[in-house]
Design a protein around this ligand. Sequence first.
Ligand code: P6P
Length: 344
Amino acid sequence: MRDGRITITQFIIEEQRRIEGATGDFTSLLNDVVTACKEISNLVNHGALIDVLGQAGTENVQGEDQKKLDVISNDVFLKTNEWSGHLAAMASEEMEEIYPIPRQYPRGKYLLTFDPLDGSSNIDVNVSVGTIFSILRCKGACQDPGAGDFLQAGTEQICAGYALYGPSTMMVLTTGNGVNGFTLDQNIGEFILTHPNLTIPAETREFAINTSNMRFWEPPVKRYVDECLSGTTGDRDKDFNMRWVASMVAEVHRILTRGGIFLYPMDEKMKASGGTGKLRLMYEANPMSFIVEQAGGMSSTGRERIMELQPSELHQRVPVILGSKQEVERVVEYHKEHDTNAAA
Ligand code: P6P
């Protein structure tokens, strides 16, 4: 492209050339996902001007009230990706069942999971929201795909990414060869490579957690956060800052850009209700973990590497502690010490 700017389309095609035997299917699929995110960006940016804010008056499989834009964004993803012949099926936070590609279209060898509008509780108050997606390969023929075809560990992902609808619209992608960030140039409607080789600093002074859950936290989480709050008066010998956007995409993007740790841990309230965490494994935790690990960070439940979890159900929830490697390692160590003492 002119004056050395690289578009996301050119970047993806050049990435494809690195892959032995690549047929272009994946490149075409990824371009369709990018198109869906551009359309969602346009809807989000217009907001109240086009009557897409507010409640949809329905609930999703998670029992959460859906915003109009949750439903609209989900539909954009389905309609933009169903016809291409690259996918066998899709799965979304907004749909209880998987979405097999309709019979009038050819079916392909890939599976797409997505949260079409993550953090949508922010949309009516004009705070950043995003889209998260993950691409898996069918293990079998996948001609009659079911939920079981999606239940693959995070290490099986061939691509993960997010779009962040913030002051600027950005896309961040990994295909297992590092992490790259692109900014939407509204003048030409193309994403331009602006953040090559994003890397998470190993150290940080910034933590993100919803402190309203403090009374439910497990001891290792309480210990970690208390030390951050004690700052130079405590064991850490440095002061920390805190953030909580209630939009995982915004938190992860901040961490990719300047370091940090994000925690949505298991807690006693979740345990009491038989819960297994807040965030969803297949279309939040796994794609974000792939990106974070590829950027040199770490992602754990506190007790296990998220990317190695074997999913048991499509909308499974997990505890998430991710970000700067040294901080996540510390939290994991505190869980180990606690569990060892508890077992003794
Ligand atoms: P809380 C948004 O609903 C989300 O799934 C993540 O994007 C975000 O980090 C988290 O939940 C916010 O949860 O309990 O603070 O509303």
